[in-house]
Design a protein around this ligand. Structure first.
Ligand SMILES: Cc1cc2nc3c(=O)[nH]c(=O)nc-3n(C[C@H](O)[C@H](O)[C@H](O)COP(=O)(O)OP(=O)(O)OC[C@H]3O[C@@H](n4cnc5c(N)ncnc54)[C@H](O)[C@@H]3O)c2cc1C
Length: 448
């Protein structure tokens, strides 16, 4: 079929495309490519379209599998597109209220905007060291190349010792000196000096303002977003429980699990693609194998009572308060996330290579930490559930950029499209995944 051959720009010939992975990236790409008239097959290893956006509804409680997810974007077009996918489902909008739990206090987040909440000694040390670091930067001190030293360069010793270092060690589970810094831009809040001084003097200042309001599907959890996007897909496109086990060049196209396609869009983790791709040169096999990630255990806790504080989530930097790095009050995200009179929280525990063992032991350690911190009482716990997620965070080791450059050049030379959080190994939230998928679908259609 030719689309508007006389119109010039709209001219395109539909092709047969395989999409690998049915998370938000794969589903967005599928929806756009199907709308452009291409013939598609979407291969998903799991039993549903969702990936990291998966949710379950258990006894009336909504639980997101991969920890707390919120819908926000600086990209207006993408935000509109995502909210449109929730037509007929609806969404709830919340003002972000986040805090850090430290020495029995709640400290406003980002930490530099919350210095006024610290006890006097800590406030003085953090502010003094912040000013010293600022002065050294002004005097020409160059940004450090490892994340541990970069934090000291950026925030000074006080903030690092109280928050930045212990919190990041909890998340990444490796010495911070082993991590590079090329991922921090836009990821680590960066408050102006005036805000830090004001906050230390007790005037509330806000950081991360682009995220100050966020949305969340009214019902069904974050997965509703992917479900909404998948609504327009032709019924024969989706192949659930169909893991991709081989991808090979096949004439001008590719064979996926032995079936011919003109083009392939891969959103499965890049290292998984490296394992199923035929004919990868030995040197590049090492680059694929060098890709590293951190995994997540999410402990969902359903509570009998509805005495949730007006918080979206709380960071827990110190091990003494439990193994979780963050707790989300999910029942605050939508009035339909918990039955009437009840509430829920989710605690995120990350791990690297060595699984954290028995889920019951993790749950117990989390409950001890949260009860000790007064979030709820033991008798309020109605039930708990544990969700394990293998690929949660990209581990930004030194040298990762160089390995990624080689791998992206290689996949491009094969004509393979790699997109998505782990698909392209980029620190993407779901909105950036949607943007990348929209752009990729437009590019494929324009070129075909
Ligand atoms: C703790 C945490 C919190 C987050 N919070 C937010 C947030 O608040 N807001 C936000 O917008 N984003 C957030 N994100 C990011 C968001 O979840 C991801 O950016 C997004 O879901 C990634 O989508 P994807 O489709 O690229 O990848 P995925 O969701 O990982 O999808 C890949 C799919 O490929 C499938 N697959 C893998 N191997 C194969 C195979 N061999 N064959 C077939 N299929 C296969 C998988 O089953 C999966 O369904 C968060 C992520 C984490 C981990």
């Amino acid at each position: 079929m030719l689309l508007d051959p006389d119109g010039g720009a709209e001219f395109s010939i539909p092709v047969k495309i395989a999409i690998l992975g049915g998370g938000i990236t794969g589903v967005t790409a599928a929806r756009q490519l199907a709308a452009a008239g291409h013939s598609l097959a979407l291969f998903e290893a799991g039993d549903r379209l969702a990936g990291l956006c998966a949710s379950s509804v258990i006894d009336g409680f909504v639980a997101d599998h991969a920890g707390g997810h919120i819908l926000f974007s600086k990209d207006k077009e993408v935000l509109e597109f995502m909210l449109k996918a929730l037509d007929g489902i609806g969404y709830h909008t919340t003002r972000r209220e986040t805090a850090i739990r430290l020495k029995g206090r709640y400290v406003h987040y980002p930490f530099e905007n919350g210095l006024g909440d610290l006890e006097d000694g800590d406030r003085f040390t953090c502010l003094k060291d912040y000013i010293l670091a600022w002065h050294e930067r002004r005097s020409g001190a160059k940004a450090a190349q490892d994340f541990h030293a970069w934090c000291l360069w950026r925030f000074g010793r006080g903030i690092c010792e109280l928050f930045m270092h212990p919190y990041n060690e909890k998340i990444w589970n490796v010495p911070l000196s082993e991590l590079g810094t090329f991922w921090v831009e836009g990821r680590v809040p960066d408050a102006p000096m005036e805000d830090v001084l004001r906050s230390a003097l007790g005037t509330r200042t806000e950081g991360y303002v682009h995220q100050s309001m966020f949305h969340y599907p009214l019902s069904g959890g974050f997965e509703s977003l992917v479900k909404g996007m998948a609504r327009g897909l032709p019924p024969d496109v989706v192949r659930l429980q169909t893991p991709v086990t081989s991808v090979a060049r096949d004439g001008a196209g590719f064979a996926v699990n032995g079936e011919h396609f003109d083009q392939v869009v891969s959103t499965i983790p890049l290292q998984s693609l490296g394992r199923v791709l035929a004919g990868v040169p030995a040197a590049l096999k090492q680059s694929f194998a060098a890709l590293d990630h951190v995994s997540l255990r999410n402990v969902f806790i359903a509570l009998e009572k509805k005495d949730a504080p007006p918080l979206s989530w709380i960071y827990f930097p110190h091990e003494a308060d439990g193994p979780q790095n963050r707790v989300t009050w999910l029942s605050n995200y939508s009035p339909q996330n918990a039955p009437a009179g009840m509430s829920s929280v989710m605690a995120e525990v990350t791990w690297y290579r060595n699984a954290p063992g028995n889920p019951a032991a993790t749950t117990e350690a989390v409950l001890n930490g949260l009860v000790k911190n007064g979030l709820f009482t033991r008798d309020a716990v109605r039930f708990t559930r544990v969700f394990d997620v293998e690929h949660a965070y990209i581990l930004y080791r030194h040298g990762l950029e160089a390995e990624l450059a080689k791998l992206r050049a290689y996949t491009e030379s094969l004509g393979l499209h790699v997109v998505g959080r782990f698909g392209n190994y980029s620190y993407f939230n779901s909105d950036a995944c949607v943007r990348a998928a929209l752009d990729k679908a437009a590019e494929i259609t324009a070129r075909s």
